[in-house]
Write a protein that binds this ligand. Structure first.
Ligand code: ADP
Length: 261
């Protein structure tokens, strides 16, 4: 904090204003640190696959790899790394878009049932490939939620996708949507790996992963839950998580409905 800004004012009634400005500065500093951490993380995350792609392309170009099988293996790695870059760039852009739009569109409203169906269309094939059952229970005639449909779907897809990624083969995911006290609730529960107690408070942070290697292996970018957090915020909702290592994880989000309380 710049000391010249915290001089005690002659007029004692003005001291409140000074306190606020110190708090503003602390907040600004925090935001600045978050921003520079994010830039450092993004560059690291982007450079890793690029370095690997460049390395394998150079090796292939040199003509030193004679066996066709080996060449195919290298091409496979290049493809996987390029896909990772695509996912990463898409997630960075989605996060930037949700953040820059602030509070969502007051004119738009979300039909929860339809949004759930289209999110499931995307996730079901991935779940089926791992023999994971998704059971769905949606209350009839759910009221609408105000906000942008795309962000609601993105949130739900990310939660379900994590359920599939962090649940072993033949696991189960439960999706429930219901109303309580005039709010619309959405719950995604899995019986997968769970999250250790020490990590659970940090999982909504950008690029925070409990196990980096595992996240990488299942195609994670570390941005899924940061996107969820911002999407929920843009829909004026709340989200919480309960988890037990080795037993499973449950995310519950709730939103104001157009019927109000
Ligand atoms: P990632 O792309 O790594 O999945 P996310 O932001 O979506 O990033 O999630 C952050 C971390 O939280 C994950 O790396 C994982 O360790 C943990 N996590 C998220 N969802 C679940 C879940 N359903 N079960 C267990 N762990 C989870």
């Amino acid at each position: 904090v710049n000391t010249s800004l915290i001089r005690v004012p002659k007029d004692p009634n003005r001291s409140l204003g000074i306190v606020a400005s110190i708090e503003d500065l602390t907040e600004m500093k925090k935001l600045e640190t978050m921003r520079s951490d994010f830039v450092a993380n993004v560059s690291h995350e982007l450079k890793t696959p690029l370095t690997s792609i460049k390395g394998f392309v150079e090796t292939l170009k040199s003509g030193e790899v004679e066996e066709e099988e080996q060449r195919q293996r290298f091409l496979g790695i290049i493809e996987i790394e390029a896909e990772r870059l695509t996912r990463l760039i898409n997630d960075i852009l989605t996060l930037a878009e949700i953040e820059s739009h602030g509070k969502s569109d007051k004119e738009a409203s979300i039909d929860v049932q339809t949004a759930i169906e289209s999110s499931l269309d995307i996730i079901r094939p991935i779940a089926t490939a791992k023999n994971i059952q998704i059971s769905v229970e949606v209350e009839e005639d759910l009221p609408k939620i105000q906000g942008k449909d795309d962000w609601f779907k993105q949130m739900l897809i990310n939660l379900l996708d994590n359920g599939v990624k962090y649940t072993p083969e033949s696991g189960e995911i439960e999706l429930k949507a219901y109303t309580q006290k005039g709010r619309v609730y959405l719950r995604v529960k899995d019986n997968g790996l769970g999250i250790p107690k020490a990590d659970v408070d940090r999982i909504f942070e950008r690029f925070y992963r409990v196990d980096k290697g595992r996240s990488r292996k299942v195609g994670g970018t570390g941005l899924g839950l940061a996107i969820v957090k911002h999407a929920v915020r843009s829909l004026n909702g709340h989200i919480e998580v309960k988890s037990k290592e080795g037993e499973g994880t449950e995310f519950t989000a709730n939103f104001p409905s157009d019927k109000g309380q």
